[in-house]
Design a binder for this molecule. Structure first.
Ligand code: FMN
Length: 373
C-alpha cells in the first residue's frame, strides 16, 4: 500500500492498524536543535483521546509515545524521528460479526475490492487510530512554528448537525472537551448529542482551524500552493468530505468589492482570503474549515452485502464516535501545522537569500534562522 507519506521537506510517513500491536510514524527533515521529550506529546494526544466525554468512543488507549530515534539529550538531531504508540485497548471480537460484510459508508467495500484482503478489526488501516500519530508529528511541527514565529495553531467545532456556534472566544474552546466556542449553546449541544446516542445514530460536524501569526511567503505556486496543500492535508483526514479556505463556498454569492481584502498602512482590512493569495501566505491568519461526515458505525440497521454477495442487514456494535468532529480538532491542527512547517523549510531552500522588498505590514511574523535552546 503506497500513499502513506505526505510533505516534501518535512515528510511524515505513518504505519500501523487500529488493532495491530502499534501505530507509528517517521518524520524526515525535522530541523535539529528542537527540544523534545516523550511527555511533550501528552497534552495534544489527550485532546484527541477517546473517553474524555460521554459523547466520544469509550475505547481507552494510553497513547504513550516512545521516541525511537532522532532525539539526543532532549534535542532533535536532524535525523529521522521515529515515534511509536502501542495499541493497548483493542477489542477485536467486537468486529467478528461485521468482518464478513461491508458497513455502508465505511471503507470496508473499497479496501476489499482493491486489495482482495482486509484487516476488519477496528477498520484496520482505514481507522482514525492512524490519526493519533499525525497528532504526535503535529506536536513537533507546532513547536517548530511556535519557536520560529510565535505561531499558534488552534481549532474548534463550528457546527454539529443543526447547531451552529459563533467563534468569539477561543478560551471557551479549551474549557470543554467538546471544543465548542459558544458557552451559551453548550447545553443545547450536549442534549442534542445525548439524543443522538440514545437513537444509536451519528452526525456530521464543521471544524475550523486557524494559524496565526503566519509569515508572508509560504507556499509554492502552482502545484505546491499553500491552499491546495492544506486542502489535501485536511481532506486526507478520515471522514472529511469538504474543505474551505477563507470564505470558502460563500464566495459564490460575494462580489469582488466585498470579497477583496483591501490593504492599508495598518495592513489588510479583512481576511476573506483565509490568509492565502496566489497560493502564498499573505501574513494574515491562515483559516480553513473542514466538514466531517456522520460516521457509518451506528446501531441503526442498514442494508448491505456480505463478501459472498448476499444481501444482509448490518448493525455496528462496539465502541464508536457519534460525532467524529469532536476528536478531529487536534488532528486538523496537526495537519495545518505540518503543512506550514513543510512550507517554511521549502521556502528557505529556494528563497533564503531573497531580500524582502517590503512593504511590511503591521503585526507581520518574520522568517528567521532557527534558534537553539
Ligand atoms: C477522530 C475520528 C474518529 C472516527 N471514529 C469512527 C468510528 O468510531 N466509527 C466509524 O465508523 N468511523 C469513524 N471515523 C471515520 C472513519 O475512519 C472513516 O469514515 C472511514 O475510514 C472511511 O473513510 P472516509 O469517510 O474518509 O471515506 C472516525 C474518523 C475520525 C476523524
Amino acid at each position: 500500500m503506497a500513499g502513506n507519506t505526505f510533505g516534501t521537506s518535512l515528510a511524515v510517513t505513518t504505519f500501523g492498524e487500529s488493532h495491530g500491536p502499534a501505530i507509528g510514524c517517521i518524520i524526515a527533515g525535522c530541523p535539529p536543535g528542537i527540544p523534545l521529550a516523550e511527555g511533550d506529546f501528552d497534552a495534544d494526544l489527550q485532546r484527541r483521546a477517546t473517553g474524555r466525554t460521554r459523547h466520544t468512543s469509550q475505547r481507552h488507549e494510553e497513547d504513550r509515545v516512545e521516541i525511537l530515534s532522532g532525539v539526543f539529550e532532549g534535542l532533535t538531531t536532524g535525523t529521522p524521528i521515529s515515534l511509536l504508540i502501542r495499541n493497548t485497548d483493542a477489542r477485536s471480537k467486537d468486529y467478528t460479526k461485521i468482518a464478513q460484510c461491508f458497513r455502508p459508508g465505511h471503507a470496508d467495500f473499497t479496501y476489499w475490492r482493491k486489495y482482495g484482503i482486509r484487516d476488519p478489526r477496528g477498520g484496520g488501516r482505514s481507522s482514525a487510530r492512524e490519526t493519533t500519530v499525525r497528532v504526535a508529528a503535529g506536536v513537533i511541527a507546532k513547536r517548530f512554528l511556535q519557536r520560529q514565529f510565535g505561531t499558534v495553531v488552534r481549532a474548534c467545532l463550528r457546527q454539529v448537525g443543526p447547531i451552529r456556534a459563533q467563534l468569539t472566544d477561543w478560551q471557551a474552546v479549551e474549557s470543554t472537551p467538546l471544543f465548542w466556542p459558544e458557552p451559551e449553546t453548550q447545553a443545547q449541544l450536549e442534549s442534542y448529542l445525548d439524543g443522538l446516542r440514545k437513537a444509536g445514530d451519528s452526525i456530521g460536524a464543521l471544524v475550523e482551524v486557524e494559524a496565526s501569526p503566519v509569515p508572508v511567503g509560504l507556499g509554492e505556486p502552482v502545484y505546491g500552493k499553500l491552499d491546495s496543500e492544506l486542502a489535501a492535508a485536511l481532506m486526507s483526514i478520515n471522514a472529511v468530505k469538504a474543505v474551505e479556505i477563507g470564505d470558502g463556498m460563500a464566495v459564490v454569492e460575494q462580489r469582488g468589492s466585498e470579497h477583496r481584502d483591501e490593504i492599508g498602512t495598518q495592513g489588510f482590512s479583512s481576511n476573506h482570503s483565509g490568509g492565502v493569495l496566489g497560493g502564498i501566505s499573505s501574513g494574515q491568519p491562515v483559516v480553513a474549515r473542514m466538514a466531517l461526515k456522520p460516521t457509518s458505525s451506528i446501531l441503526v440497521p442498514g442494508n448491505t452485502l456480505n463478501v459472498a454477495g448476499e444481501a444482509v442487514e448490518v448493525v455496528t456494535k462496539g465502541r464508536h464516535d457519534p460525532c467524529v468532529g469532536i476528536r478531529a480538532i487536534p488532528i486538523a491542527e496537526a495537519m495545518m501545522a505540518l503543512v506550514l512547517a513543510d512550507q517554511v523549510l521549502r521556502h528557505r531552500a529556494q528563497n533564503a537569500d531573497v531580500a524582502d522588498p517590503g512593504p511590511k505590514l503591521s503585526g507581520e511574523a518574520q522568517l528567521r534562522a532557527p534558534s537553539v535552546d
